[in-house]
Design a protein around this ligand. Structure first.
Ligand code: NAD
Ligand code: MG
Length: 387
């Protein structure tokens, strides 16, 4: 029996994880479920899954949940302390890091420090903490398995998961595919007045709001470039983004002999989730089988950095290194939130990020304190910029 904590259980990743676990109720036990403040949803999940712990990041929400669950043997915790506790419980084998944004950093890092198998969906945590996170995984004999579909695909196409550095494995480069999001064919003019509803309507994937907007601006791909650098011990120049509108090839690895290895599948997060839950074995995911005849064709296009400046901002921040990626991520979170609240135009998102990056100085990101300080500073500045 493998015991699992699901951070962000009420989100898209959390729900998909529970959907896979449903197929293996004799093999997995859900020890803890967490959410931010959606009391109704977490209550329903607690009734269904009967975890030992339930955590709400929001303290008031936790009090209400405790009231509602008082007849069940479930310990209700709150705040970052609660999240950190359930991410590092001795009895837990694996932690699904499914919180969105920088809020996931501390609990996800705690899971690494506690030597867990970390199923990493929360890319922002790795973008912020980079080397610190990778070191925590290594020093504590933890396992890091990527959930992001592209990175999961790359992981499957690499000869082994060793952090040896891709050159040593005969890899020439990593090809990260991008669907292009809802605005792939929009002109700069058409992008002027797009709405949050349009941005959140992804053509192939059903996801939370923040990552949907990131997919529309291409910042999602930018964060994924940074994520790939850390996961596969590679440099920004080793990673090329290729537009692939059908989202069937989830990414590829190009070897020095000219071979390209790709992972294909229907765009459904349950495949990478099942892969990571079962690794090194393969388990069923409940995903519909891919019919190549139905797909019929696979298209590829070059990326347009002009219409989607966020991708270049991410490449540049990774090249600069240090806290640049922390600043990039923080400014992006604030800008996306402002866009969702209709306080900022879509095309202003990259401008806010660029200005925040240009006004703050990058420092070595070698401690959590430095990272959190850079994050706070960048959020403050970006908040002023969107006001
Ligand atoms: P979502 O918005 O659907 O869910 C987010 C979850 O995080 C919810 O359970 C919410 O309660 C929790 N949460 C939000 N703010 C919190 C806070 N301050 N403290 C504690 N918990 C908080 O998001 P999602 O689409 O499931 O994405 C989650 C993560 O997975 C993101 O980092 C995203 O980039 C990544 N990811 C998602 C997908 C996808 O298909 N949805 C694919 C790849 C990667
Ligand atoms: Mg992805």
């Amino acid at each position: 029996m493998k015991k699992i904590t699901i951070l962000g259980a009420t989100g898209t990743i959390g729900i998909n994880t529970l959907d896979v676990i449903k197929l293996y109720k004799n093999d997995f036990e859900v020890t803890a479920l967490t959410a931010n403040k959606n009391i109704e949803r977490l209550e329903k999940l607690c009734q269904e899954w009967q975890p030992k712990y339930a955590v709400m990041a929001d303290t008031d929400a936790a009090e209400q949940l405790e009231q509602r669950l008082k007849n069940l043997p479930i310990e209700v915790l709150s705040g970052v302390e609660g999240l950190t506790k359930v991410a590092s419980l001795t009895e837990v084998d694996m932690v699904m890091a499914g919180i969105v944004g920088g809020a996931g950093l501390i609990p996800t890092l705690a899971a690494a420090q506690a030597g867990k198998r970390v199923l990493l969906a929360n890319k922002e945590a790795l973008v912020m903490s980079g080397q610190l996170f990778i070191d925590a995984i290594r020093q504590n004999n933890a396992e890091l398995l990527p959930i992001d579909s592209e990175h999961n695909a790359i992981f499957q196409c690499l000869p082994n998961s060793e952090q040896a550095g891709i050159q040593k494995q005969g890899v020439n480069k990593i090809l990260l595919t991008a669907s292009g999001g809802p605005f792939r064919t929009f002109s700069i003019d058409q992008l002027q007045n797009v709405t949050p509803a349009q941005a959140c309507k992804h053509p192939n994937w059903s996801m939370g709001q923040k990552i949907s907007v990131d997919s529309a601006t291409m910042m999602n791909k930018g964060l994924e470039v940074i994520e790939a650098c850390w996961l596969f011990n590679s440099q920004p120049k080793d990673i090329e983004v290729v537009l692939h509108p059908q989202s069937i090839i989830h990414s590829l690895v190009e070897y020095v002999d000219g071979s390209l290895l790709a992972q294909l599948g229907n765009p459904d997060m349950r495949t990478p989730i099942a892969y990571a839950l079962g690794w090194p074995n393969r388990i069923k995911s409940g995903v519909k089988r891919l019919s190549l005849i139905d797909v019929a064709r696979l298209d590829f296009e070059a990326m347009d950095f002009k219409r989607f400046p966020c991708l270049q901002l991410a490449y540049d921040a990774m090249q600069v290194g240090g806290t640049s990626t922390v600043i990039l991520n923080a400014a992006n979170e604030i800008a996306v939130q402002a866009f969702l609240q209709e306080k900022l135009k879509f095309i202003e998102i990259p401008k806010v990020i660029e200005t925040t990056l240009s006004r703050l100085t990058s420092k070595d990101a070698d401690s959590l304190d430095i990272i959190l300080k850079a994050d706070t500073e960048a959020r403050q500045l970006a908040t002023e910029l969107v006001a």
